[in-house]
Design a protein. Structure first.
Length: 160
């Protein structure tokens, strides 16, 4: 069974989002082994300078890179990434097994994004949308899209 690791910065505070995460994690258990890794977010002042934000992203990035499983195909979620429809995302994930990958690692940054070092480690940069979403909601959206992708690959009807 494929192993999926989701590295994310910061914790979910709202119960409705935690409930959604739990539901999709339960659904995904039929398709993959899921591992969540929470990276502590760097606290910044209300009006942080660009230098302060950059330094915080660098510190978070070091912790993210240290948490990436060895030999995992790494996908960074970032606004400048590639967008794809659900069917193509499903085919992309399915093809990774044929390329020898049994581990896939997704990285979700905090509210200020990801460091260039983290993006540079990714084999794929993925954008869910050109729209802006709260990073806590992004984890739910990613889990739902993973469930959809695995369901499509299994010939299911969830995506219709």
């Amino acid at each position: 069974m494929i192993r999926v690791t989701i590295i994310f910065v910061g914790t979910i505070k709202e119960r409705y989002l935690s409930d959604a995460v739990a539901e999709y994690e339960k659904r995904l258990s039929a398709y993959c082994t899921l591992n969540d890794i929470c990276i502590k977010d760097e606290k910044l002042p209300e009006r942080a300078s660009d230098a302060e934000i950059s330094a915080a992203l660098k510190r978070e990035g070091e912790r993210i890179i240290a948490a990436i499983p060895p030999r995992a195909y790494t996908i960074a979620l970032c606004v400048e990434g590639k967008q794809m429809p659900s069917e193509k995302f499903s085919k992309t994930l399915a093809s990774l097994g044929g390329e020898g990958y049994s581990d896939i690692c997704f990285i979700i940054g905090g509210s200020d994004g990801l460091s260039d070092e983290v993006k540079g480690k990714a084999k794929l940069r993925l954008s869910i949308s050109e729209m802006t979403f709260p990073h806590q909601l992004m984890r739910v959206i990613l889990l739902e899209q993973l469930y959809r992708a695995f369901n499509i690959a299994a010939g299911g009807k969830y995506h219709k």
